[in-house]
Design a binder for this molecule. Structure first.
Ligand code: PEP
Ligand code: MN
Length: 344
C-alpha cells in the first residue's frame, strides 16, 4: 500500500509511521516530493482493517492499495522519474545518455581505441563484456578479470564510466570493484540469485529484458534489485523472440511507452542485439528515441570484421559517428539533448 502523509506532517510523524509500518511487518520506502511525502509500504498484502488502521493516524492523508504486482518499480509508489547521474551525464527525467563500445573486450588496443572514439563522437559511457554469456561453450567467453582491468584503464584515460556484464552471483563483488554499472544480460534476466546480489552491491544496474519475458515479468526482475535497497536500475529493451528471421530478435518498440507508463525507472533501447545486422542498428535506435527512450546502448568495434562475438551487428568508427549524428539530430524533436556534461 501507499501511505500519503498530510502536508503539515513533520519528520517525527514520518519516523512514527515507519515504526508503525515495521510493527505490522511492512518495509517503508520513502519518496520525498516538494509538496508531499509518499511512503510505499511493502509486505504481505494489507487487509482492509490494516489499511483502515493507517488511514486513522492523525498525520496520514490517504492510504492507497498498490494494484500492480511490482511495487517499488511502480509509478504509484514513486511518481517522479528516477534520474541516474554519472560524471559524464544523466539518464531519466528528460536526460539522455548513449553507452557504446565493443560487444566483448578482446584486447587493450581494441578497447582503448573504441573508448577514445566513443567519447569523441558523444558517447557518455563505455560498454564491453569481460564475461560473455555465449550460446555455445566453444565460443569466446571473454577475458575475465584481464578484461575488467582493460576497461578500468579506458575509464582512467577517457573519464567514461564503464558498464560491463556480470554473469554469476560470485562475480558481482570482483566486477563491482572495476565497473561503474553492472549489466545483467538477457539470458540472466530471471536469475533471481544474481538479481539479489547486484541489488546488494549498491552499484547502478543495467537490466536487459529477457528475450521471452513479458513486460510485467521484466519489472518483477527489476523489483528483485529494488527490494534489496538498490533503486538505481536502467531497463533495456533489446529485442524479443518472434517468428521473424530477418533480424536477430524483434525490437519491441512498444515496450518503451508501456514501461514509461508503468515505472519511474529509465528505459533504454539496445538496437544492436535486436537488429543483429549493422544496417538496421540506426533505424531501430531512432525508433527507440521517438518512442521515448532515455538512453541507448550500442555496439561498436574498431574492426567489426575481426570481432570475436557479434561481428555482424557492430558499427565501425565511421558508422558509429554517423549513428551519433543521426541520434543528435533527432533528440531535440522529442525535447531531449545529449547531456553536455564536461568530460575530463
Ligand atoms: C551484450 O550486451 O553484450 C549482450 C550479451 O546482450 P544481451 O544480454 O541483451 O543478449
Ligand atoms: Mn553483443
Amino acid at each position: 500500500m501507499l501511505v500519503v502523509l498530510k502536508k503539515q506532517a513533520d519528520a517525527s510523524a514520518l519516523d512514527e509511521l515507519i515504526r508503525e509500518l515495521d510493527r505490522f511487518g511492512f518495509k517503508a520506502h520513502v519518496s520525498q516530493g516538494v509538496e508531499t511525502t509518499l511512503v510505499g509500504a511493502v509486505g504481505k498484502g494489507p487487509t482492509p482493517e490494516i489499511m483502515e488502521h493507517f488511514r486513522a493516524l492523525p498525520y496520514v492523508a490517504e492510504v492507497i492499495r498498490i494494484s500492480k504486482p511490482y511495487k517499488l518499480a511502480s509509478l504509484e509508489v514513486h511518481p517522479l522519474p528516477t534520474v541516474l547521474r554519472f560524471p559524464t551525464g544523466a539518464t531519466g527525467g528528460g536526460h539522455f545518455l548513449v553507452a557504446a563500445g565493443p560487444c566483448g573486450v578482446e584486447s587493450r588496443e581494441q578497447t582503448l581505441t573504441a573508448a577514445r572514439y566513443v567519447k569523441k563522437h558523444g558517447g557518455r559511457m563505455l560498454r564491453g563484456g569481460a564475461y560473455k554469456p555465449r550460446t555455445s561453450p566453444y565460443s569466446f567467453q571473454g577475458l575475465g578479470e584481464e578484461g575488467l582491468k582493460i576497461l578500468a584503464e579506458a575509464r582512467r584515460e577517457t573519464g567514461l564510466p564503464v558498464v560491463t556484464e556480470v554473469t554469476s552471483p560470485h562475480l558481482v563483488e570482483p566486477v563491482a570493484e572495476y565497473a561503474d554499472v553492472l549489466q545483467i544480460g538477457a539470458r540472466n534476466a530471471q536469475n533471481f540469485a544474481l538479481l539479489k546480489e547486484v541489488g546488494r552491491s549498491g552499484k547502478p544496474v543495467l537490466l536487459k529484458r529477457g528475450m521471452s519475458m513479458t513486460l510485467e515479468e521484466f519489472l518483477m526482475s527489476a523489483e528483485y534489485v529494488l527490494s534489496e535497497g538498490n533503486d538505481q536500475v536502467i531497463l533495456v529493451e533489446r529485442g524479443i523472440r518472434t517468428f521473424e528471421k530477418a533480424t536477430r530478435f524483434t525490437l519491441d518498440v512498444s515496450a518503451v511507452p508501456v514501461l514509461k507508463g508503468w515505472t519511474h525507472l529509465p528505459v533504454w533501447v539496445d538496437p544492436s542485439h535486436a537488429a543483429g545486422k549493422r544496417e538496421y542498428v540506426t533505424p531501430l535506435a531512432l525508433a527507440g528515441i521517438a518512442a521515448g527512450a532515455d538512453g541507448l546502448i550500442v555496439e561498436t568495434h574498431p574492426r567489426p570484421e575481426e570481432a570475436r562475438s557479434d561481428a555482424a551487428q557492430q558499427l565501425n568508427e565511421e558508422e558509429f559517428a554517423e549513428f551519433m549524428s543521426r541520434v543528435k539530430a533527432l533528440l531535440p524533436a522529442v525535447g531531449k539533448a545529449l547531456d553536455a556534461a564536461a568530460l575530463r
